[in-house]
Ligand binder design. Structure first.
Ligand code: HEM
Length: 448
């Protein structure tokens, strides 16, 4: 069959695929620079199309939403992540999405702001003037606690340490599951998959405990806003709960905890890293925080006024937000801008990394400038920025993540300014789907 689009072949293809597994970021850059807006990686057992143009990406994610799956990598993730909103397909996904959507709208998640503010205050209180902090580790802990509280409520405290361990083990297992050869390797040598299965069982056990406790306490909930788990369970005694089958509940909980934590932690880490290297932007952000809060604890109704703080986060989601959004073609998919029809069975990657750094949509793309998001360019295509994906599978936690991250940034900057360590270079990004710092991000707190 003829090629759909230019791309590497033969030995070069094998090298590209291997490099992609190690770190997709430089590979995506090189593919776009060499082959353009549509790249085909095609060889024995491989048919992968990389999209680098917002028009094609919009058609894939929105126009073809019903004719695509999340692709083979997400299907492999199910063994470690469970069957939940993130991994379900087709009608099962649509049904779960209908069920969860009302819990994650901005007004529904507003009460969860409290947990992010409290955790940020505690983190800020633990810093000492001039003593460097490991920002990645600090934001990891903060985000895990804030998100687990929002999802599980106060009843999570006893399991906090166990959950933190499970989350980190699941993150460490991701590269194993992303390897396309994982199912074959696990079949030929079963121990290869046993660690993943054992981890899944430990998740089940801890989620069961959390669910049991939440059910027992449903009638006796005291102070504190309703968290996601209690909303899912409300009415289980009268048989009207949103989700009352135990297997679905525990796997949904696992999926939400895994989707919520590292994404938010990395967005915060990169934003603090970027602010520490842009004194003007940081001064503008701290001025805004002072003006809006006047030194008092931030209220959720003030969030809309923190426009520059939010822009700093959005600009970070452009420069360091993500790698790609995967899809699998379930039917033949015409892509009008590209002028091709992608045959059923093809895997596609909507490349966030290259689109977010394309000078056609982002002049001087390497400059980190929050101002871009204060007055967005109306000529910029809709999918020139899509850190939360798009279409029917857009990130359901988007509002929760943005709310939480803006609160944390504001609370931290009320007390501190974070400086780069003298002589330290900017930290380079690397990726295994999420964009991570290639080494520790150390910053120095200076009291304001
Ligand atoms: C800055 C933080 C976050 C980023 C950058 C992010 C990004 C993404 C992306 C790119 C997707 C895939 C979208 C697609 O396939 O079109 C996604 C899906 C998802 N995210 Fe997030 N996410 C973040 C925070 C969260 C939080 C806090 C939660 C928890 C509630 C969450 C839960 C989910 C779920 C459940 C899905 C699957 C949705 C579906 O397939 O219907 N995410 N996210």
């Amino acid at each position: 069959m003829a090629r759909l689009a230019p791309g590497p072949s033969g030995l070069k293809l094998a090298r590209t695929l291997r490099a992609m597994l190690a770190d997709p970021l430089p590979v995506l850059d090189e593919l776009q620079a060499t082959y353009g807006d549509v790249v085909e990686l095609r060889g024995p057992g491989v048919r992968l199309v990389v999209l680098n143009h917002p028009a094609d990406i919009e058609q894939l994610l929105v126009g073809h939403a019903r004719s695509t799956s999340k692709g083979s990598s997400v299907a492999r993730m199910t063994r470690g992540m469970g069957r939940n909103l993130f991994t379900l397909e087709g009608e099962a996904h649509a049904e779960r999405r209908r069920l969860l959507t009302p819990i994650f709208r901005p007004r529904d998640i507003a009460p969860q702001a409290r947990w992010s503010r409290e955790r940020a205050e505690a983190t800020a209180a633990s810093w000492r003037e001039g003593e460097p902090i490991d920002v990645g580790a600090q934001m990891d802990e903060l985000a895990l606690n804030a998100m687990a509280r929002a999802l599980l409520g106060r009843d999570y405290d006893d399991e906090a340490a166990v959950l933190a361990g499970l989350v980190h083990e699941a993150v460490a297992a991701t590269p194993t599951l992303l390897d396309p050869a994982f199912p074959l390797k696990a079949r030929l040598w079963p121990p290869h998959g046993r660690g993943i299965d054992a981890l899944a069982r430990r998740w089940d056990a801890v989620c069961d405990t959390l669910i049991e406790r939440a059910m027992a306490e449903e009638h006796a909930r005291g102070e504190g806003p309703p968290d996601v788990l209690h909303q899912l369970l409300a009415g289980h005694r009268s048989g009207t709960a949103l989700l009352d089958d135990q297997q679905s509940l525990r796997e949904e909980l696992r999926g939400l905890l895994l989707s919520a934590h590292e994404t938010t932690a990395l967005a915060l880490t990169w934003t603090l890293h970027n602010l520490a290297r842009n004194a003007e932007a940081r001064a503008r952000l701290t001025d805004e925080v002072d003006e809006v809060t006047d030194g008092a604890a931030l209220r959720v109704d003030q969030l809309g006024e923190l426009r520059y703080t939010r822009a700093a986060l959005e600009e970070t989601l452009r420069t360091h937000g993500g790698t790609f959004v995967p899809r699998g073609a379930e039917t033949d998919l015409p892509l009008e801008h590209a002028g091709i029809t992608v045959p059923a069975g093809t895997e596609l990657l909507a490349s966030m990394w290259t689109v977010h750094r394309d000078p056609r949509w982002w002049p001087e793309p390497d400059q980190w400038r929050p101002e871009r998001f204060l007055e967005p360019d109306p000529a910029r295509p809709r999918f020139a920025w899509f850190p939360f994906g798009g279409g029917r599978r857009t990130c359901i936690g988007m509002h929760l993540a943005l709310q939480s991250a803006v609160i944390v940034l504001a609370q931290l900057h009320q007390r501190w300014r974070l400086d780069a360590v003298a002589g330290d270079q900017a930290v380079e990004p690397t990726s295994n789907v999420l964009v991570r710092p290639s080494r520790t991000v150390e910053l120095v707190p200076i009291a304001r």
